[in-house]
Design a protein around this ligand. Structure first.
Ligand code: SAH
Length: 348
């Protein structure tokens, strides 16, 4: 049986039609689920009892359960969620001046094996369903509303464990549910998907007609450096990635991507690298989000000194590349990707 939380309005409408119902039925169900937040068909009082019974035979209300919660002094809350097959994933809530943002995991583990990332320590076990991604958002949203009814989740970033474009269809259904005005009604511009550079995914995503933000984990200005940090670069090197991003801009009506760039001492943080980066990305008109490397494991990598970060940042600005240095959250609660889950597995 499938979770009702896995269906976008579009998919549910098709299903309702196949079950001989009017297309309005799916909007009614969405409104019960996401506006009134009921968790049983029996509470959907404007749906005939006979049809409620049929719904019960076909769908359940499965959502991941919260197992472990860590709250940082800066307000960041990281949760470990348990899935129905016993697997565990992390979701993080961050409080910004402009609202509350949830960082969602899209897979159990990750196969991308980036050298700096703790998520890849656990190989991909499986993709998350839309309901399992949505469950992370709903948990935090309901927690916020219970604490203060005037607050709720306003932003979603698909930047947790996993590669979203390695789970394309489920991620897209999830985005459609949170974006739908009958669903969580989170504006497309408040939703960001982050990819390590899966070129076919980028090209497909550009043609979906969504106004969602796309972030590219770039982390290096040359193939030589990127090959060492991110194995995906062997499959989709920069000479394929950059044109795909330019194409994405054209297909999506001029949407600009954000490049994420972790600064690792003596690996990718020199002025030479900044110069190569500026030249590489100028044709895309993208922004750069500089991320001080978070030392998550024994891999020999060190965080760039603040002085290098500043020099790198200023160089990009001089070259008219819009760039910011990412604020760090939850450094006291293992908030970097995969850390909490990795620790929990070790029994710590
Ligand atoms: N697979 C997707 C999304 C998950 S990673 C992607 O690659 O974009 C989310 C972001 O966290 C990526 O930019 C990733 O490079 C970054 N990240 C991973 N490990 C990190 C670390 N130790 N310090 C800082 N950022 C890290």
């Amino acid at each position: 049986m499938t979770s009702i939380y896995s269906y976008s309005l579009e998919d549910l409408t098709k299903l309702m039609q196949a079950m001989g119902q009017s297309s309005y039925r799916s909007k009614q169900i969405f409104s019960w689920l996401y506006q009134k937040r009921v968790a049983s068909f029996d509470e959907m009082s404007d749906i005939a009892k006979g049809f409620r019974e049929r719904l019960k035979e076909n769908f359940n209300f499965y959502r991941p359960t919260m197992r472990l919660k860590q709250e940082s002094s800066d307000g960041t809350i990281k949760c470990l969620f348990r899935l129905e097959d016993g697997q565990e994933v992390e979701g993080v809530l961050m409080h910004y001046v402009y609202g509350y943002s949830v960082c969602v995991s899209s897979q159990v583990g990750c196969n991308m094996s980036c050298a700096f990332c703790a998520s890849g320590l656990l190989k991909k076990k499986r993709n998350l369903t839309p309901a399992e991604m949505l469950g992370q958002v709903l948990y935090f949203d309901e927690m916020l509303r219970a604490r203060d009814p005037s607050t709720h989740v306003t932003h979603v970033v698909v930047m947790g464990t996993g590669e979203p474009f390695d789970n394309y269809d489920n991620v897209l259904s999830f985005i459609r549910i949170i974006n739908s005005q009958f669903g969580l009604d989170i504006g497309a511009r408040h939703i960001t998907v982050s990819t390590c550079g899966v070129v076919p995914g980028i090209l497909k995503f550009g043609k979906e007609g969504l106004q969602v933000n796309l972030a590219i984990s770039l982390h290096a200005p040359t193939n030589e450096i990127r090959d060492q940090l991110m194995p995906i670069n062997h499959a989709y090197p920069l000479e394929q990635l950059i044109p795909a991003i330019i194409q994405y801009g054209k297909d999506s009506g001029g949407r600009r991507v954000t490049f994420e760039y972790i600064l690792i001492k003596d690996v990718n943080d020199t002025i030479d690298c900044a110069r190569q980066l500026a030249k590489l990305i100028a044709p895309t008109f993208g922004y750069v989000n500089l991320i001080p490397y978070n030392p998550v494991m024994e891999n020999g990598f060190e965080r760039s000194p603040d002085q290098n970060i500043e020099l790198f940042h200023n160089f990009l600005l001089q070259k008219h590349i819009k760039s910011t240095v990412r604020k760090e959250f939850g450094s006291d609660i293992d908030a970097a990707c995969g850390q909490l889950r990795a620790k929990h597995k070790d029994g710590n």
